[in-house]
Every structure is written in C-alpha cells, then in structure tokens.
Design a protein around this ligand. Structure first.
Ligand code: CA
Length: 240
C-alpha cells in the first residue's frame, strides 16, 4: 500500500469512528483507535502515530485541553473533528496547535484531503523551506522574490508577498486570521482582521482569474484562509 502512515483516531461516537477507520484503511493507512482522552494520551506516547484525528467532544476530558497537553510534548499533526457551526471551537483548536479540522458530517474526500495535507505539512517542516512553490498556474519563487500567474509576473507589496508565501508554505492547510496576523505583522502588532481582509482582496485581484470565485486562496468562513493544492508540484491535487 502507498500510505504506510499510522493514524490514531480519537472519537467516542462509535459510528463515526468506524466510518473514519473504514475510509482511512481503504486509503492504505494503518489505524489505531480509542474513544477517550486518557487512552489517547497513552496510545500517542506508546505507538507514536504519524497523525491524530481528534474529536473535540470526548467523554472524559475537554478536547481543547487535551490538545494543549499533547502540544506540550508532541508535534504529531492533529486534525480536529468538530460539529457544524462551531467556528469558535475550530479557531481555538487551530490556535491551540491543531493542524486542520473537518466538520461533521464530512465527506470521504474531504477527510482524506485534510489528512494528506497535514501529513505533507509535517514532512515539509522536517525537510525545510522550499525555494519555489508551484500551485496550479501560481508560481512563487522565494529566492528571487518573484510571483507569477500563468507565466506573467505579478507585483505584490511587501505585506501581500508575506501573506502569499505564508500560505504557500502551508498549502492545503487552514490558517486562522490571528495566526496569519501574528506571522505577517508580528506578535505585538495591533493589526486586525479587517486589514488582513483588505490585503487579501488586493492579492486576489492580482492573482485570481475571478476574485469572487478564488481558485488559489480559499476562504474558510469564520476561521481563516487556505491555499489550495491545485495541481501542485508533487503531482497531487486535493482541492474539493
Ligand atoms: Ca464526541
């Protein structure tokens, strides 16, 4: 099988856990599973899985609290499972160290896409920075500081360029508004989401064919932004 990664599924709802297990096993992943936080911690320590799928509503402990504890000693990529409409929980989990999230009810393709992106992101972090990012027709050359769309050079401001490279480095992964503001303007800036939105609108005008229907930088409503992985250099596409 192509995907030899081991994934720990932490979900107390047996039906959903079974569904996730079936999907992941079908895609060739090795799965481990549990329905509570206590055994999740011990399985994480003893089995060292490559990724964890974590339901935030567990019977014995708050998922957010569990996530904080995990992040104090482990860098395992975590994809959070949350219920629809709980944007605040998603944002909290992402800012608390989760890599991504899926919303119940979720589709098979969406689940696999989130997992692939989180696993790849972990690999990228281990390999270090790339100098050229190719995402569909978008090319960002960080050595020469050149951004091209379909071969045509696009001029971005310093801030716009920082936003685009940040998203490229995390392609496929959602970034919260706050985490982007921290990265782009610095941890002590008093910049707000409105300024981020204004910059995003300008970027989209420059790089998207139709800024109202973005193909590269996707909006995650109430959460943040995600760089799509359209026909990226590694030959995999995981855009829904
Ligand atoms: Ca639950």
């Amino acid at each position: 099988m192509r995907n030899a990664a081991t994934i720990l599924i932490v979900e107390d709802d047996e039906r959903i856990r079974g569904l996730i297990r079936t999907v992941l096993a079908g895609a060739g992943y090795v799965t481990l599973e549990t329905g509570n936080a206590t055994s999740a911690l011990s399985m994480l320590a003893s089995h060292r899985p490559d990724l964890m799928v974590l339901d935030l509503g567990l019977p014995d402990r708050d998922g957010q609290e569990l996530l904080r504890e995990i992040r104090s000693w482990s860098n395992v990529p975590v994809v959070v499972v949350s219920a629809r409409g709980q944007e605040r929980d998603k944002v909290r989990a992402l800012d608390g160290g989760a890599d991504d999230y899926i919303t119940k009810p979720f589709g098979t393709e969406e689940l696999l896409a989130r997992i692939r992106a989180a696993l790849r992101h972990g690999q990228r972090m281990a390999e270090g920075e790339k100098s050229v990012y190719n995402i569909g027709g978008l090319q960002v050359d960080t050595e020469r500081r050149i951004v091209r769309v379909d071969g045509r050079e696009v001029h971005l401001t310093q801030i716009e360029y920082k936003i685009v490279t940040l998203l490229c480095r995390n392609a496929g992964k959602v970034l919260t508004h706050d985490s982007m503001i921290r990265e782009v303007w610095g941890p002590f800036s008093n910049c707000d989401t409105q300024l981020l939105r204004v910059n995003m609108a300008n970027i989209r005008r420059k790089i998207e064919k139709d800024p109202a229907m973005p193909e590269y930088i996707l909006t995650e409503i109430g959460v943040g932004y995600r760089m799509a992985e359209v026909g990226s250099a590694d030959g995999q596409s995981c855009r829904e």
